[in-house]
Write a protein that binds this ligand. Structure first.
Ligand SMILES: [Zn+2]
Ligand SMILES: [Zn+2]
Length: 341
Protein backbone atom coordinates (compact mmCIF):
# COMPACT_ATOMS: atom_id res chain seq x y z
CA UNK A 1 0.00 0.00 0.00
CA UNK A 2 1.47 3.35 -1.06
CA UNK A 3 0.65 6.40 1.04
CA UNK A 4 1.42 9.90 -0.19
CA UNK A 5 3.81 11.53 2.24
CA UNK A 6 1.51 14.49 2.83
CA UNK A 7 -1.34 12.28 4.01
CA UNK A 8 0.41 12.07 7.33
CA UNK A 9 0.26 15.80 7.87
CA UNK A 10 -3.17 16.48 6.34
CA UNK A 11 -5.84 17.51 8.81
CA UNK A 12 -3.92 16.34 11.86
CA UNK A 13 -1.73 18.01 14.37
CA UNK A 14 -1.17 17.52 18.08
CA UNK A 15 -3.45 20.50 18.77
CA UNK A 16 -6.31 19.12 16.66
CA UNK A 17 -6.55 15.85 18.49
CA UNK A 18 -7.15 16.67 22.12
CA UNK A 19 -5.39 14.33 24.51
CA UNK A 20 -3.93 12.21 21.76
CA UNK A 21 -0.38 10.93 22.02
CA UNK A 22 2.19 12.00 19.53
CA UNK A 23 3.88 9.39 17.43
CA UNK A 24 7.07 9.25 15.52
CA UNK A 25 6.96 8.02 11.98
CA UNK A 26 9.94 6.73 10.09
CA UNK A 27 9.95 8.38 6.68
CA UNK A 28 12.09 7.30 3.82
CA UNK A 29 11.31 9.61 0.97
CA UNK A 30 7.85 8.84 -0.31
CA UNK A 31 5.91 5.65 0.16
CA UNK A 32 4.72 3.45 2.97
CA UNK A 33 5.61 4.58 6.47
CA UNK A 34 6.75 1.70 8.56
CA UNK A 35 7.97 2.77 11.94
CA UNK A 36 5.57 4.47 14.30
CA UNK A 37 5.69 4.72 18.05
CA UNK A 38 4.54 6.72 21.02
CA UNK A 39 6.51 9.87 21.63
CA UNK A 40 7.82 9.83 25.17
CA UNK A 41 10.72 11.06 27.23
CA UNK A 42 13.09 8.76 25.36
CA UNK A 43 11.79 9.92 21.99
CA UNK A 44 15.24 11.32 21.32
CA UNK A 45 16.68 7.78 21.43
CA UNK A 46 13.79 6.43 19.37
CA UNK A 47 14.30 9.12 16.75
CA UNK A 48 17.97 8.12 16.62
CA UNK A 49 17.03 4.46 16.20
CA UNK A 50 14.70 5.31 13.32
CA UNK A 51 17.45 7.34 11.67
CA UNK A 52 20.53 5.19 12.36
CA UNK A 53 19.22 1.66 12.57
CA UNK A 54 16.31 1.77 10.13
CA UNK A 55 17.72 4.44 7.81
CA UNK A 56 14.47 6.45 7.85
CA UNK A 57 13.59 10.02 8.78
CA UNK A 58 11.56 10.37 12.02
CA UNK A 59 8.42 12.55 12.01
CA UNK A 60 5.52 13.06 14.42
CA UNK A 61 2.21 11.32 13.84
CA UNK A 62 -1.04 11.89 15.80
CA UNK A 63 -2.69 9.03 17.63
CA UNK A 64 -5.82 8.99 15.45
CA UNK A 65 -3.88 8.57 12.25
CA UNK A 66 -1.70 5.89 13.83
CA UNK A 67 -4.84 3.92 14.83
CA UNK A 68 -6.25 4.28 11.32
CA UNK A 69 -3.06 3.20 9.61
CA UNK A 70 -2.59 0.40 12.09
CA UNK A 71 -6.07 -0.96 11.32
CA UNK A 72 -5.82 -0.83 7.54
CA UNK A 73 -2.17 -1.14 6.52
CA UNK A 74 0.96 -3.09 7.48
CA UNK A 75 2.35 -0.21 9.53
CA UNK A 76 4.84 -1.25 12.20
CA UNK A 77 6.38 -0.03 15.42
CA UNK A 78 10.15 0.39 15.50
CA UNK A 79 10.53 -2.94 17.33
CA UNK A 80 8.33 -4.74 14.81
CA UNK A 81 10.22 -3.20 11.91
CA UNK A 82 13.56 -4.25 13.41
CA UNK A 83 12.21 -7.80 13.87
CA UNK A 84 11.12 -7.89 10.21
CA UNK A 85 14.52 -6.70 8.97
CA UNK A 86 16.23 -9.22 11.25
CA UNK A 87 14.20 -12.13 9.83
CA UNK A 88 15.43 -11.39 6.31
CA UNK A 89 19.03 -10.47 7.16
CA UNK A 90 21.87 -12.31 5.39
CA UNK A 91 23.67 -15.15 7.19
CA UNK A 92 27.37 -14.84 7.98
CA UNK A 93 30.10 -17.42 8.53
CA UNK A 94 31.47 -18.01 12.01
CA UNK A 95 34.72 -16.06 12.49
CA UNK A 96 37.78 -18.27 12.96
CA UNK A 97 38.48 -17.04 16.49
CA UNK A 98 38.45 -19.09 19.69
CA UNK A 99 35.83 -16.74 21.15
CA UNK A 100 33.41 -17.20 18.23
CA UNK A 101 33.97 -20.95 17.98
CA UNK A 102 33.62 -21.46 21.75
CA UNK A 103 30.41 -19.40 22.02
CA UNK A 104 28.86 -21.15 19.00
CA UNK A 105 29.82 -24.67 20.12
CA UNK A 106 28.81 -24.14 23.76
CA UNK A 107 25.43 -22.71 22.77
CA UNK A 108 24.72 -25.62 20.43
CA UNK A 109 25.87 -28.02 23.17
CA UNK A 110 23.29 -26.42 25.52
CA UNK A 111 20.56 -27.04 22.92
CA UNK A 112 21.78 -30.62 22.38
CA UNK A 113 21.10 -31.30 26.08
CA UNK A 114 17.33 -30.87 25.75
CA UNK A 115 14.87 -32.93 23.75
CA UNK A 116 12.90 -29.76 22.93
CA UNK A 117 15.88 -27.98 21.41
CA UNK A 118 18.22 -30.68 20.10
CA UNK A 119 16.94 -30.30 16.51
CA UNK A 120 17.37 -26.52 16.34
CA UNK A 121 19.60 -25.08 13.63
CA UNK A 122 21.63 -22.04 14.65
CA UNK A 123 22.31 -19.38 12.02
CA UNK A 124 24.31 -16.21 12.61
CA UNK A 125 23.21 -13.17 10.67
CA UNK A 126 24.44 -9.68 9.91
CA UNK A 127 21.62 -7.68 11.48
CA UNK A 128 21.50 -3.92 11.86
CA UNK A 129 22.84 -2.17 14.94
CA UNK A 130 19.35 -2.42 16.48
CA UNK A 131 18.37 -4.11 19.69
CA UNK A 132 17.26 -7.43 18.17
CA UNK A 133 19.60 -10.24 19.27
CA UNK A 134 17.76 -13.42 18.36
CA UNK A 135 14.76 -14.49 16.32
CA UNK A 136 13.31 -17.99 16.34
CA UNK A 137 11.76 -19.13 13.07
CA UNK A 138 9.41 -21.81 14.35
CA UNK A 139 8.43 -23.06 10.89
CA UNK A 140 12.03 -23.79 9.89
CA UNK A 141 13.26 -24.65 13.40
CA UNK A 142 16.00 -22.06 12.90
CA UNK A 143 17.35 -19.74 15.55
CA UNK A 144 18.79 -16.59 14.01
CA UNK A 145 21.39 -14.86 16.15
CA UNK A 146 23.03 -11.50 15.56
CA UNK A 147 26.71 -12.03 14.70
CA UNK A 148 27.74 -9.46 17.33
CA UNK A 149 27.50 -12.35 19.82
CA UNK A 150 30.55 -13.93 18.17
CA UNK A 151 32.68 -10.81 18.55
CA UNK A 152 34.67 -10.39 21.78
CA UNK A 153 35.05 -6.60 21.37
CA UNK A 154 31.32 -6.07 20.60
CA UNK A 155 30.27 -8.16 23.58
CA UNK A 156 32.49 -6.17 25.94
CA UNK A 157 32.05 -2.78 24.32
CA UNK A 158 30.63 -0.99 27.36
CA UNK A 159 30.99 -3.55 30.14
CA UNK A 160 34.20 -5.47 30.64
CA UNK A 161 34.02 -8.77 32.49
CA UNK A 162 37.72 -8.65 33.46
CA UNK A 163 40.09 -5.79 34.36
CA UNK A 164 42.17 -6.59 31.25
CA UNK A 165 41.97 -9.03 28.37
CA UNK A 166 44.68 -11.52 27.33
CA UNK A 167 46.89 -10.43 24.43
CA UNK A 168 46.59 -13.77 22.58
CA UNK A 169 42.81 -13.67 22.02
CA UNK A 170 43.30 -14.02 18.27
CA UNK A 171 45.20 -17.32 18.63
CA UNK A 172 43.45 -20.58 17.81
CA UNK A 173 44.16 -21.90 21.33
CA UNK A 174 43.30 -18.62 23.06
CA UNK A 175 41.78 -18.71 26.55
CA UNK A 176 38.00 -18.51 26.91
CA UNK A 177 36.78 -16.85 30.11
CA UNK A 178 33.45 -15.56 28.84
CA UNK A 179 30.99 -18.28 29.86
CA UNK A 180 28.74 -15.34 30.79
CA UNK A 181 28.27 -14.59 27.07
CA UNK A 182 26.96 -18.13 26.45
CA UNK A 183 24.57 -17.86 29.41
CA UNK A 184 23.33 -14.41 28.35
CA UNK A 185 22.73 -15.64 24.80
CA UNK A 186 21.04 -18.81 26.03
CA UNK A 187 18.57 -16.82 28.17
CA UNK A 188 17.62 -14.68 25.15
CA UNK A 189 17.36 -17.74 22.89
CA UNK A 190 15.10 -19.60 25.31
CA UNK A 191 12.89 -16.53 25.71
CA UNK A 192 12.54 -16.33 21.93
CA UNK A 193 11.86 -20.05 21.47
CA UNK A 194 9.42 -20.56 24.34
CA UNK A 195 7.48 -17.31 24.07
CA UNK A 196 4.16 -19.14 23.96
CA UNK A 197 5.07 -21.79 26.54
CA UNK A 198 7.23 -20.21 29.23
CA UNK A 199 9.26 -22.81 31.12
CA UNK A 200 8.62 -23.16 34.84
CA UNK A 201 10.92 -21.21 37.14
CA UNK A 202 12.35 -24.26 39.02
CA UNK A 203 12.98 -26.07 35.71
CA UNK A 204 14.74 -23.00 34.36
CA UNK A 205 16.93 -22.63 37.46
CA UNK A 206 17.85 -26.32 37.31
CA UNK A 207 18.72 -26.09 33.61
CA UNK A 208 20.81 -22.92 33.98
CA UNK A 209 22.68 -24.44 36.93
CA UNK A 210 23.53 -27.53 34.86
CA UNK A 211 24.72 -25.25 32.09
CA UNK A 212 26.79 -23.16 34.52
CA UNK A 213 28.55 -26.28 35.80
CA UNK A 214 29.28 -27.59 32.29
CA UNK A 215 30.62 -24.22 31.18
CA UNK A 216 32.88 -23.98 34.24
CA UNK A 217 34.50 -27.29 33.28
CA UNK A 218 34.63 -26.47 29.56
CA UNK A 219 38.25 -27.08 28.48
CA UNK A 220 39.94 -24.12 26.79
CA UNK A 221 43.47 -22.96 25.92
CA UNK A 222 43.98 -26.47 24.51
CA UNK A 223 47.62 -26.69 23.50
CA UNK A 224 49.50 -29.47 21.67
CA UNK A 225 53.28 -29.52 22.01
CA UNK A 226 55.32 -31.82 19.74
CA UNK A 227 57.89 -34.18 21.26
CA UNK A 228 59.99 -36.86 19.52
CA UNK A 229 57.36 -39.48 18.64
CA UNK A 230 54.90 -37.89 21.04
CA UNK A 231 52.55 -35.00 21.78
CA UNK A 232 51.97 -33.26 25.11
CA UNK A 233 48.37 -32.07 25.48
CA UNK A 234 47.53 -29.37 28.03
CA UNK A 235 44.46 -27.23 28.73
CA UNK A 236 42.69 -25.01 31.26
CA UNK A 237 39.19 -24.82 32.69
CA UNK A 238 37.21 -22.08 34.44
CA UNK A 239 36.83 -23.59 37.90
CA UNK A 240 37.98 -21.20 40.62
CA UNK A 241 41.44 -21.98 41.97
CA UNK A 242 40.08 -21.49 45.50
CA UNK A 243 37.66 -24.39 44.93
CA UNK A 244 40.17 -26.53 43.08
CA UNK A 245 42.61 -26.50 46.01
CA UNK A 246 39.86 -27.40 48.52
CA UNK A 247 39.03 -30.86 47.17
CA UNK A 248 41.30 -33.91 46.83
CA UNK A 249 42.27 -33.73 43.15
CA UNK A 250 39.19 -32.80 41.14
CA UNK A 251 37.28 -34.85 38.55
CA UNK A 252 38.85 -36.60 35.57
CA UNK A 253 39.06 -35.22 32.07
CA UNK A 254 38.88 -37.49 29.04
CA UNK A 255 41.40 -36.63 26.33
CA UNK A 256 41.12 -38.20 22.88
CA UNK A 257 43.94 -37.70 20.41
CA UNK A 258 42.32 -38.18 17.01
CA UNK A 259 44.33 -38.72 13.86
CA UNK A 260 44.14 -35.75 11.53
CA UNK A 261 41.93 -37.56 9.02
CA UNK A 262 39.47 -38.79 11.70
CA UNK A 263 36.75 -36.22 11.14
CA UNK A 264 34.12 -37.97 13.27
CA UNK A 265 35.45 -36.61 16.55
CA UNK A 266 35.65 -32.99 15.54
CA UNK A 267 31.94 -32.24 15.31
CA UNK A 268 30.96 -33.77 18.67
CA UNK A 269 29.43 -31.28 21.10
CA UNK A 270 28.57 -33.57 24.02
CA UNK A 271 30.74 -36.23 25.65
CA UNK A 272 28.43 -39.24 25.37
CA UNK A 273 29.14 -41.08 28.63
CA UNK A 274 31.89 -41.60 31.20
CA UNK A 275 34.68 -43.49 29.38
CA UNK A 276 36.78 -46.29 30.89
CA UNK A 277 40.56 -46.69 30.41
CA UNK A 278 40.25 -50.24 29.00
CA UNK A 279 37.66 -49.25 26.40
CA UNK A 280 38.59 -48.70 22.77
CA UNK A 281 37.33 -45.54 21.07
CA UNK A 282 34.80 -46.30 18.32
CA UNK A 283 37.04 -44.53 15.77
CA UNK A 284 40.13 -46.41 16.99
CA UNK A 285 42.02 -43.28 18.10
CA UNK A 286 44.01 -43.02 21.33
CA UNK A 287 42.63 -41.82 24.67
CA UNK A 288 43.95 -40.84 28.09
CA UNK A 289 42.58 -39.53 31.38
CA UNK A 290 43.94 -36.69 33.48
CA UNK A 291 42.94 -35.13 36.78
CA UNK A 292 41.55 -31.61 36.73
CA UNK A 293 44.37 -30.46 39.03
CA UNK A 294 46.95 -31.77 36.51
CA UNK A 295 45.38 -30.78 33.16
CA UNK A 296 47.99 -32.35 30.88
CA UNK A 297 48.90 -35.74 29.41
CA UNK A 298 51.61 -37.11 27.12
CA UNK A 299 50.83 -39.38 24.18
CA UNK A 300 53.84 -41.42 22.98
CA UNK A 301 54.60 -43.89 20.19
CA UNK A 302 53.03 -41.64 17.54
CA UNK A 303 54.00 -41.44 13.89
CA UNK A 304 55.68 -38.19 12.88
CA UNK A 305 54.20 -38.70 9.40
CA UNK A 306 50.67 -38.22 10.78
CA UNK A 307 48.88 -35.19 12.17
CA UNK A 308 46.78 -35.28 15.33
CA UNK A 309 44.21 -33.11 17.10
CA UNK A 310 42.76 -33.35 20.61
CA UNK A 311 39.15 -33.39 21.82
CA UNK A 312 38.78 -32.87 25.57
CA UNK A 313 35.78 -33.02 27.91
CA UNK A 314 35.09 -33.74 31.54
CA UNK A 315 34.77 -37.53 31.80
CA UNK A 316 31.02 -37.44 32.42
CA UNK A 317 27.93 -38.16 30.38
CA UNK A 318 26.85 -35.10 28.38
CA UNK A 319 29.78 -32.88 29.38
CA UNK A 320 30.74 -30.17 26.86
CA UNK A 321 33.71 -30.71 24.55
CA UNK A 322 36.14 -27.82 24.21
CA UNK A 323 36.91 -26.33 20.80
CA UNK A 324 38.98 -28.92 18.83
CA UNK A 325 42.72 -28.24 19.04
CA UNK A 326 44.97 -27.37 16.12
CA UNK A 327 46.39 -30.31 14.15
CA UNK A 328 50.10 -30.97 14.68
CA UNK A 329 52.66 -33.75 14.06
CA UNK A 330 55.10 -35.18 16.62
CA UNK A 331 58.80 -34.50 16.04
CA UNK A 332 60.68 -37.39 14.34
CA UNK A 333 62.31 -39.89 16.71
CA UNK A 334 65.77 -39.14 15.23
CA UNK A 335 65.59 -35.91 17.21
CA UNK A 336 66.11 -37.92 20.39
CA UNK A 337 69.41 -39.29 19.09
CA UNK A 338 70.36 -35.84 17.89
CA UNK A 339 69.61 -34.43 21.33
CA UNK A 340 71.54 -37.20 23.07
CA UNK A 341 74.65 -36.87 20.86
ZN1 LIG B 1 33.55 -11.60 29.03
ZN1 LIG C 1 39.28 -40.58 16.00
Amino acid sequence: MQLPINALAMGFSTKDVHGAHDHLVGRHGEGLKLAVLVLSRDSYNIANTIRDSLGKRPARLPDTLWQMLRAHSPIRTVEEEQQELFKDAKPCTIPDTTFARAVDRALRACFALLRFTDHIQVVYIRGSTGKVDVYFDKGQGTLKIHCRWLDFACMHHRSFCRPWSPSNLADTNAPFFCCHVVEELLVRSIASMFKAHPTSRPAEIKFMRQIGRRLRYLPHSINLKPYPGGILVSWEDNEAESFRTLGPSGPDYHVVLHEGNCASGETALLHEKAALPNEVMSCGCRQQFARQTHRMCLFTGLSHASTYYAMIALNEGRAFYGVPSDRISPRPNEDVKATLR
